[in-house]
Design a binder for this molecule. Structure first.
Ligand code: GLC
Length: 513
């Protein structure tokens, strides 16, 4: 059966500032990524997603874009991008780039033009409103990152407020203006023509706002993103238009939306019956605690809400949240969690460094940078035990993650067959070697409390995956013999399964009966 690449792929997220540097600046760059592609090939992932590397004043570390069609000099230039892209393609790695359609930087020429001329042609490209009669902002929406402030900033010169769901430096584009949609489509074409394989679309649901911009009901406040009303009748036509644009290109170009609605049934709507997103992030599992019941609930939701309409995705960590190694509190749990990420039906998104078992860095108050408090998960990747961990500097833009001076680095872990890195590699290989794991149907198996087990089946190929969330051994009755393919503690691989899940164990089994 001919399946699109993104169904079988494991996507590896790279946050360019933190991945690898080629020039000793303490900040990662595109050439640095290119020189580390061996790591990814050795690990066995299929695609990379690059967080923004576009021209940006870096108020939101690149998610405030001042030119969608150029590389920020900090990260290199378009030639460096082309080299990276072609090296990836030579190795069979797909390349997905970030696309930030909801807002620009306040220093983007579009916004500068809009702000400086109330009657000019670019004014309508952003969302401007007069103040209320009492001078207050046009509605009660609050800004993400600082929910004590309105999502509006007053432009003194014109007396009007402009909308920004994020920082004041990130004015929202007005997608009701057809010229905006056309201009943003052009930015996609720019990268498609260069040969990228897809886009991760930042806060995509936010491009379709209710035309009246109504007040949020009081019960929403002060939850960040509450202003991002879910208005499918406005958003979905825009999502379908994006899909048609991608479909006009050869080679299965893919779009995955960051649909930051913490409700799986709403996320499912963005697949638009096969005419919308190919993939969507679904964050409720990321926020689930380390608990079998909580995970079972999230897995059921995906099976009943996403599976009927599209292909699911799984993600445990990214550049916006504490790493799951930190959230779950131990390496044993992080190892077992990898069996959820890579064993459940759907496309996994693996955040650079999770394969090293990285914890969030402790960031002392005088080194805090991010207005959203997300520095910890963005700590630079330690590549080597010495020499500035491969960065050729004593200190990079953020502190190193814990343990970087005690063997938590890619080079040291790679030499250790029992490391979490070696486990990720075995698990990725097991996945690549089994169409059941990559594409198979999924059925939950009855297990005692504290553990989850599920069967994956594709034709004759079958695997069973199990995760014991609890701190005690849990017996499981599979009703058949099975061989251990991969175990999170490395024990018994290649041997018959003895029917007991050790505490906080993840395991892949191959029925052998
Ligand atoms: C998304 C990004 C986040 C960024 C925000 C605004 O949530 O993942 O990093 O700050 O959008 O662009």
């Amino acid at each position: 059966m001919n399946r699109p690449w993104w169904q079988g792929a494991v996507v590896y997220q790279i946050y360019p500032r933190s991945f690898a540097s080629s020039n000793g600046s303490g900040i990662g760059d595109l050439e640095g990524i290119r020189r580390r592609l061996d790591h990814l090939a050795w690990l066995g992932v299929d695609a990379i997603w690059l967080s923004p590397f576009y021209r940006s004043p870096m108020a939101d570390y690149g998610y405030d874009v001042s030119d969608f069609c150029d590389v920020d000099p900090m990260f290199g230039d378009l030639d460096a991008f082309d080299r990276l892209l072609s090296d990836c393609h030579e190795r069979g790695l797909k390349v997905v780039v970030d696309w930030v359609p909801n807002h620009t930087s306040d220093r983007h020429p579009w916004f500068e033009a809009a702000r400086s001329d109330r009657d000019g042609p670019k004014r309508s490209w952003y969302v401007w409103r007069d103040p209320n009669p009492d001078g207050s902002p046009p509605n009660n929406w609050v800004a993400s990152f600082d929910t004590t402030s309105p999502a509006w900033t007053l432009d003194e010169a014109s007396g009007q407020w402009y909308l920004h769901l994020f920082l004041p430096e990130q004015p929202d584009l007005n997608w009701d203006e057809p010229e905006v949609e056309a201009a943003m489509h052009d930015t996609l074409r720019f990268w498609l023509d260069r040969g990228v394989d897809g886009f991760r679309m930042d806060v995509l649901h936010a491009i379709g706002k209710h035309p009246d911009l109504p007040d949020d009901p009081p019960e929403y406040l002060p939850i960040p993103h509450s202003a991002l009303n879910h208005v499918p009748e406005v958003t979905l036509p825009r999502v379908r238009a994006l899909r048609r644009l991608l479909d006009g290109y050869d080679g299965d170009r893919m779009m995955i939306g960051e649909v930051y609605l913490l409700d799986t049934s709403m996320v499912a709507e963005y697949y638009a019956g096969g005419e919308g997103l190919h993939l969507s992030f679904n964050f409720p599992p990321l926020y689930a605690p380390w608990d079998a019941g909580a995970w079972r609930h999230r897995i059921d939701e995906v099976a009943t809400m996403i599976d009927p309409v599209g292909w699911p995705t799984w993600v445990l960590s990214n550049h916006d949240n504490p790493r799951h190694r930190t959230r779950y509190g131990s390496e044993a749990r992080a190892r077992a969690a990898a069996f959820l990420l890579l064993g459940l039906r759907g496309t996994p998104f693996l955040y650079a460094g999770e394969e090293l078992g990285l914890e969030d860095a402790e960031v002392p108050p005088d080194r805090v940078l991010d207005p959203g408090g997300r520095d910890g998960c963005r700590a630079p990747i330690p590549w080597t035990p010495v020499d500035g961990h491969g960065w050729a500097v004593e200190d990079a833009w953020l502190p190193w993650p814990p343990g970087a001076d005690r063997g938590v680095d890619a080079e040291t872990l790679r030499r250790d067959p029992d490391s979490i890195l070696a486990l990720y590699r075995r698990l990725l290989a097991a996945r690549r070697g089994s169409s059941a794991l990559r594409f198979g149907a999924q059925r939950l198996i009855d297990t005692p409390d504290g553990a989850l087990a599920w069967e994956r089946t594709d034709g004759d190929d079958r695997r069973i995956v199990a995760v014991n969330f609890s701190g005690r051994a849990v017996p499981v009755d599979l009703g058949e013999e099975a061989v251990v393919v991969v175990a999170s503690d490395g024990i018994d691989e290649g041997l018959p399964f003895d029917g007991v899940l050790r505490p906080e164990l993840g395991i892949v089994l191959r029925p052998s009966g």
